[in-house]
Design a protein around this ligand. Structure first.
Ligand code: SAM
Ligand code: SF4
Length: 344
């Protein structure tokens, strides 16, 4: 943490034109990944040269600028954040801001490398992790990820639990690949004590697959679940904050969330922005407007003031809502940017 850093020097909170205050930053640390999930990436991806990525110091400076402006939660993401070599040190550094403005430090991961990192993450101050897992079937896992070994992710999840991290499982609903397996996954997650969230596939980037073959509206899955179980809407606490709408499954006792960017727009309460690993701030996952923080960092004589100015410009440009749709076979993606570039 820089000498003299104090969140009490916060000048202006990040409030956009629609009165929404940004308190949550998703910070991507790499566009690389050890998997190639068929809804996220193309099989043969070209990744960015390392020199384009923000350095450890730059990532910390960006995070500190957001914390000074009132961000209270940072989620580290990617690509796969744990493939970045200096990731342990980044968590150690950002962990130092806990109780100095930062209230939560967390990450989203595919868990393949989580066994090696879980204890250090906990020591750095991480208490919750989101793990993306779309199937419990080893052959289907290999098919969806185009290369992965399910056991490595399961071992990573077990290590996180053993280290004291609260795990949430994120599962993208895929019409032909996992839709029928979802009840079984919910039973497994809830028996392990994990919350689970289902996500609608979004038309981001070319993957070599047609989105029409992947997309299933989550209300269809919910209808099927309601034939089997009693789902009770959760209305208290953080249950309705953010894009996820939660229910309690009475029979399993666990919590289940639905993120429905296509069938049910949730932008009115949006409190987040995303920064890519090259320092672009995207104010909306579903829009292409961005502001370049890396130029502010690398080219200005007063990076702190330049960063603040860039944040103001970004906030002013935060759009009211995204406009996702998956309609026709062969439709171009809503945006050419892959989710792994913006940071999920
Ligand atoms: N590699 C990490 C992981 O998979 O958890 C973090 C990055 S990944 C881009 C973050 C999240 O985005 C994952 O939960 C993934 O399932 C989701 N995701 C990727 N592409 C998506 C798409 N086109 N539509 C919906 N979710 C997507
Ligand atoms: Fe990698 Fe995550 Fe994208 Fe899968 S969803 S390819 S694990 S970045």
């Amino acid at each position: 943490m820089p000498d003299g850093f104090s969140p009490s020097t916060t000048t202006q909170p990040l409030i956009d034109r629609f009165g929404r205050q940004v308190s949550y930053l998703r910070l991507s640390v790499t566009d690389r990944c050890d998997l190639r999930c068929s809804y996220c990436m193309a099989e043969h991806m070209t990744f960015l040269p390392k020199k384009d990525l923000l350095s450890l110091e730059e990532l910390e400076t960006v995070a500190a600028a957001f914390i000074r402006r009132g961000v209270r939660k940072i989620r580290i993401t990617g690509g796969e954040p744990l493939v970045r070599k200096d990731i342990g040190e980044l968590f150690d550094r950002l962990g130092a801001y806990m109780d100095h403005g930062l209230e939560e430090l967390t990450l989203t991961t595919n868990a393949t490398l989580l066994s090696a990192h879980a204890e250090r993450l906990y020591k750095a101050g991480v208490r919750r992790v989101n793990v993306s897992l779309d199937t419990l079937d080893p052959a289907m896992f290999r098919e969806i990820t185009r290369r992965g070994d399910l056991q490595k992710s399961l071992d990573g999840i077990a290590a996180a639990k053993a280290a004291g991290l609260k795990v949430k499982i994120n599962t993208v609903g895929l019409k032909h690949q996992n839709a029928d397996e979802i009840p079984e996954m919910i039973e497994w997650a809830h028996a392990e004590g994990f919350d689970m969230t289902l996500i609608e596939v979004m038309p981001l980037g070319l993957t070599g697959e047609d989105r029409v073959d992947q997309y299933i509206p989550l209300f269809e899955i919910r209808d099927r679940l309601e034939k089997r179980w009693t789902l009770k809407d959760e209305k208290t606490g953080d249950a309705q904050a953010g894009p996820s709408r939660y229910v309690r499954v009475e029979e399993t006792g666990g919590r289940l969330g639905f993120i429905t960017p296509l069938t049910n727009n949730f932008c009115a309460g949006c409190n987040r922005v995303r920064v890519t690993c090259t320092g672009r701030i995207y104010m909306c996952l579903g829009q292409d407007d961005h502001v370049d923080l890396r130029a502010a960092l690398r080219e200005s004589e007063d990076p702190q003031a330049a960063l603040d100015g860039a944040l103001d410009r970004a906030l002013f440009a935060k759009p009211e809502r995204h406009e996702f749709a998956i309609r026709e076979r062969g439709d171009a993606p809503a945006l050419p940017r892959h989710m792994s570039v913006t940071g999920g």
